[in-house]
Ligand binder design. Structure first.
Ligand SMILES: C[S@@+](CC[C@H](N)C(=O)[O-])C[C@H]1O[C@@H](n2cnc3c(N)ncnc32)[C@H](O)[C@@H]1O
Length: 239
């Protein structure tokens, strides 16, 4: 189911509370978990995802986030470097982790949907966003199973997450003139982390071919000390 886009407006879904909705023949269930008096954490689940991948992957990532030390909310330095491109509007941070990037852009005026499979990471993010009074909505979601709303975002951030099946949906969820800021590991990463699943690494052809209808503002196919990171800045063209 990864890679589909739909015209569901998430706000409507969230506003309606725990419910089922039909979208692209999928039934979504939005569960609302109140974490303080102000803001909620949303679970957006597709029924097939509940018992299978969601559980297994969430356990793996939850464990990693509970064991990991270090400053949890720092933005990626490459995003900070390009902060001059940020404007305001709606942002989607895909596979956001603890959401340092979400908080960074929210502080610059964006209203952020922050998606990740890890409940542990998103609880930390949402608590921090609430503490700073920032407009961040955390959404627990398995990107292997769920769809993204079309033409809904002015900015999409993807840092260190790549699944070729999602690329159509990523393109489609941006509004015309919307900006994508993408940095993730490429095929050379197996020389740094030999066990890494090559299916989740950018192939030698790079990220650019996935965005044919975009103006490419910057393409860095082999960044980082080991050349194992691919980075791209692009803007969706008008039709
Ligand atoms: C390498 S981390 C990157 C986190 C963050 N973007 C950053 O740069 O710090 C990859 C993230 O993908 C999330 N993830 C992995 N599989 C996922 C899935 N199927 N659906 C949603 N998130 C997923 C993990 O929980 C993790 O937070």
């Amino acid at each position: 189911m990864a890679g589909t886009a739909c015209d569901l407006r998430w706000e409507r879904l969230f506003a309606s509370g725990s419910c089922g909705k039909i979208c692209n023949k999928l039934i979504f269930i939005a569960l609302r978990l109140k974490i303080d008096s102000e803001r909620l954490l949303i679970f957006l689940l597709e029924p097939n995802g509940i018992g299978a991948t969601l559980k297994r992957d969430r356990e793996k990532w939850d464990q990693r986030y509970s064991e990991e030390q270090g400053p949890p909310f720092s933005p990626d330095p490459w995003l900070v470097e390009h902060a001059n491109l940020l404007e305001s509007g709606r942002c989607l941070d895909l596979a956001c982790g603890r959401g340092g990037n979400s908080l960074f852009v929210a502080e610059r005026g964006y209203s952020v949907h922050a998606i990740d499979i890890s409940l542990a990471a998103l609880l930390e993010l949402q608590n921090e966003a609430n503490r700073r009074n920032l407009d961040v909505q955390s959404i627990v979601m398995d990107l292997d199973y769920c769809s993204l709303p079309v033409e809904s975002y002015d900015l999409v951030l993807v840092f260190y997450f790549f699944d070729p099946r999602l690329m159509d949906a990523i393109r489609a969820c941006l509004k015309p003139r919307g900006l994508i800021i993408y940095a993730t590991y490429n095929h050379r990463h197996t020389s740094v982390r030999p066990g890494f699943n090559p299916a989740y690494l950018v192939p030698p052809s790079g990220l650019v071919p996935y965005f044919p209808d975009f103006e490419i503002l910057l393409s860095e196919p082999y960044a980082g000390e080991s050349g194992n990171i691919t980075r791209m800045l692009g803007r969706k063209r008008h039709e």
